[in-house]
Write a protein that binds this ligand. Structure first.
Ligand code: FAD
Length: 478
């Protein structure tokens, strides 16, 4: 388990501290090390714990964000940089292509607008398909469809794996990374910031606030007032892998002004994901009860509008994620109120897509330098950076996903290894399958206790406060 780090106050200040290890903070920390800066990444959770943990996993092509916005500029640049970034980090990435489906003439007009806008942005291969062509390519689509906008560039990826690989890449580049270290106080002095966390204090000349839903609070602690960050919840249904053949491409409806709408997504791991809906919250808190009956019904109905024959009885999991929204666009700027603070706030969709470009943009703002071009990982690096690809061998622990004990051990060991059951699940997929961990959960807990040198009663689902056992365990004896 992580220890306190009080001694860092006596060291020279870091060039920068980054708060939040979602895709944005993690890729930014890595990018800063790639221009030679000494950085520390500080994360409240045991692992990325915000929007990066629960989203649609789509690398959007970039034809729809409104002209002149950061979402348009960085979404496009991120989409272009994504494949090579994912390859450099050994993270799954698959170009599925996408169809945006129109069911009436006014939706058809929106498709024509996006087609023109996308072509104006240099997107190649975009074209309109008529009903027949749509149904030939995707026979499960609702036959009431009129037309679709086809994009060959749309891709799917694994956001959590990307964030973890980026943290590992930052560590390999010399960064320090603290987890379960919530920022609780910030003092600004002549030489920069003293940042108080639940695991000790640290000093840094600059502060990058990439705290997602926590960004308003972190900005406030540093003395920057006036940010408005609100949560927008999206719920999901995840279908079993035995329906993988149902759709090949990402299917979008024509979006509303608030969200991209409820999608049907073939995931990078072979499931089909349905969602998200969009519910605005009054403040920046993620909703405590993750899903609602009403929300999931809305998701099922929205997805069935695109694909009427969806086998909803093949649902194996439900979950939700919360977008951090700060008005209509990303807010990425040095604070005028607090010199040395850079806010990276309101990174709602397409923030995953944009994340490699956001990291480059923040690096330029902070250092005046551009990170060197990405290079695809050599076989050996890619394997060691991604525990999923560690040669398995040995005993199968998770029968649904075919995960071996060696893979679980590899996910726990090494830099930024898993310290929680969810951490193992997200890194290896043990517990992600049809039985959702009923079979492998106890085995994984046993391996974790052994590897972490802790009693099983100290193993948590997702960090302090989510212990899996209470009272006496068999291990504790009579
Ligand atoms: C439902 C949904 C669907 C989406 N679908 C897509 C999609 O398909 N494609 C796409 O491009 N984008 C999508 N997005 C957007 C994308 O997920 C986000 O833009 C992206 O994950 C934001 O990353 P982040 O690093 O800014 O924030 P987060 O991932 O939220 O990370 C912020 C981190 O800061 C930490 N933190 C907070 N407060 C503190 C503190 N005080 N001290 C220390 N750490 C702190 C949190 O624990 C968290 O780990 C979706 C988002 C949602 C919610």
């Amino acid at each position: 388990m992580p220890s306190r780090h009080p001694s860092w106050l006596n060291h020279a200040p870091f060039d920068a501290a980054i708060v939040g290890a979602g895709v944005v903070g993690a890729l930014t920390a890595r990018a800063l090390t790639r221009v030679g800066l000494r950085v520390i990444l500080v994360e409240a959770g045991a692992d990325p714990a915000g929007a990066t943990k629960a989203n649609s996993g789509i690398v959007h092509p970039g034809y729809d964000p409104e002209r002149g916005t950061l979402k348009a500029a960085l979404g496009l640049a991120g989409a272009r940089a994504f494949e090579v970034t994912a390859a450099a980090l050994g993270v799954p990435f698959r170009r599925t292509g996408s169809l945006m489906l129109a069911f009436d003439e006014s939706e058809g007009q929106t498709l024509r607008h996006y087609l023109a806008q996308g072509r104006g942005r240099g997107l190649r291969g975009l074209r309109l398909l008529d009903r027949e062509e749509v149904l030939t390519r995707e026979p499960a689509v609702n036959p009431a469809v009129l037309a679709a906008l086809y994009s060959p560039d749309t891709a799917v990826t694994s956001p959590f794996e990307l964030a973890v690989a980026a943290v590992q890449g930052a560590i390999a580049g010399g960064a320090e990374a603290w987890r379960e270290a919530e920022v609780t106080g910030v003092e600004r002095g002549a030489a920069g910031f003293t940042i108080g966390t639940s695991r000790g204090q640290v000093r840094a000349r600059r502060l990058v606030n990439a705290a997602g839903l926590g960004a308003k609070r972190v900005a406030g602690l540093a003395g920057h007032q006036g940010l408005d960050v609100r949560g927008r919840v999206g719920e999901y249904l995840l279908l079993d892998r035995d329906v993988e053949e149902l759709v090949k491409m990402v299917l979008y409806p024509v979006p509303s002004p608030f969200s991209k709408g409820i999608l049907v997504v073939p995931t990078v791991h072979g499931n089909v994901l349905l969602g998200p809906n969009a519910e605005n919250l009054a403040d920046a808190d993620a909703r405590a009860n993750a899903v609602t009956r009403q929300g999931l019904a809305e998701v099922a109905e929205g997805a069935r509008r695109l694909v009427p024959g969806l086998p909803i009885d093949r649902v194996i999991a439900t979950f939700s994620g919360t977008r951090a929204v700060a008005g209509g666009d990303f807010v990425i700027e040095p604070s005028e109120q607090v010199p040395g603070l850079i806010n990276v706030v309101g990174i709602a969709s397409p923030g995953l897509t944009a994340s490699p470009a956001i990291a480059g943009h923040v690096t330029r703002l902070l250092s005046g330098r551009t990170p060197p071009p990405e290079e695809p990982a050599t076989g050996a690096t890619a394997l060691s950076e991604s525990p999923r690809r560690t040669p398995g061998g040995g005993r199968i622990v998770c029968r649904c996903e075919g995960v071996t004990e060696a893979e679980v051990i590899a996910a726990i060991r090494g830099p930024f290894g898993a310290t929680t059951l969810d951490g193992v699940k997200q890194r290896t997929r043990a517990g992600m399958g049809r039985c959702q961990g009923s079979f492998c959960g106890p085995r994984v807990v046993e391996i974790m206790a052994r590897e972490l040198g802790e009693p099983v009663s100290r193993v948590t689902k997702a960090g302090a406060g989510s212990e899996l056992f209470s009272g006496r365990t068999k291990e504790a004896g009579p």
